[in-house]
Design a protein around this ligand. Sequence first.
Ligand SMILES: C[S@@+](CC[C@H](N)C(=O)[O-])C[C@H]1O[C@@H](n2cnc3c(N)ncnc32)[C@H](O)[C@@H]1O
Length: 252
Amino acid sequence: MTAPGFSASHLARAYDAVVVRTQRAQIRGLLGAREGEAVADLGCGPGHLAGELALDVGPRGRVVALDREPGMVEAATVRLTGDRSRTVLADVTALPVADQQLDRAVAVQVLEYVPDVERALSEVRRVLKPGGTAVLVDTDWRSAVWHTDDRDRTDAVLRAWEGHFKHPQLPVLMPGLARSAGFTSVDVVALPMVETQTGADTYSMGMAAAIAHFVGRTEPVLATGWREDVKEQSRRGQYFFSLTRFATIVRR
Ligand SMILES: C[S@@+](CC[C@H](N)C(=O)[O-])C[C@H]1O[C@@H](n2cnc3c(N)ncnc32)[C@H](O)[C@@H]1O
C-alpha cells in the first residue's frame, strides 16, 4: 500500500512541479531511450515519465509501465500513448517480462519502498538485454535542507519521516548492491532540487503536507508546529528547501 498522502492524484500534482519536471528531463537524458527501443518504467506511479518515454521510443518502440497499486496503473494508462505500450499491475520483485527483453529500465523513487531490493535488482538485470541500461533513482533523506526557526524540531520531523521508507538512505548502498547483483558498470549522478518560494505548484509544500500527515499520526504537536514554522518562512520571504536524489546508472 502507498502511505497516506500519496494517492495517484497527490503524486500527479507534485510531479507537475517545475523542479520535478526539470529532474524528469535529466533522468530521461541519463536513460537515453532511443526510437524503436523497449523500455520499462518500474513503479511508474501516475505515469508522467512513462508517457514521456513513449514519445522517446516512438511508434516502433514500446514502454511497459508497471506499478503494484491499481490506482497508479489506472492513472498511468491515461498518460501512456502508443499501440505497443502497456501498463501492468505487478511488483518490481517479480517482473512479468521474459529474460533479456528490454533495452532500458528506470525506477524513480521506488526501490526505497521495496523490502527486498536485492531481488528487485536481480529482476532488473534478468529482463535487460546484454549491454542494456537501468537508471535507479532514490533519495537520501539526510540531504534534506529545510530552513526553519527550530532546527532541532525539523531534524526530529525528518527523522520520524524516515519511517515512511524501507530504506531512507538507499543511494549510498546502491553501488554495492548493484555490483553484487552482477552489474558490471555502475555510475552515480547526484540530482539536487532547490525551491526558494512556495505556492500550490511547488514540490516541497506538497511534501511538507505529506510529511506532516505521516509524522502527525504519532506526534501531532511536533508535526503541526513544524509545518507552521515552514509556512512562517514563506510568509517572511525566507523560504529555502533543497533535497538530493541520486541516480544509480547500471549496465548489464
Ligand atoms: C513515490 S512513487 C514514484 C512514482 C514514479 N516512479 C515517479 O517518480 O513519478 C513510488 C511508486 O512506487 C510504487 N511501488 C512501490 N513499491 C513497489 C513494488 N514493490 N512494485 C511495484 N511498484 C511499487 C508505488 O505504488 C508508487 O506508485
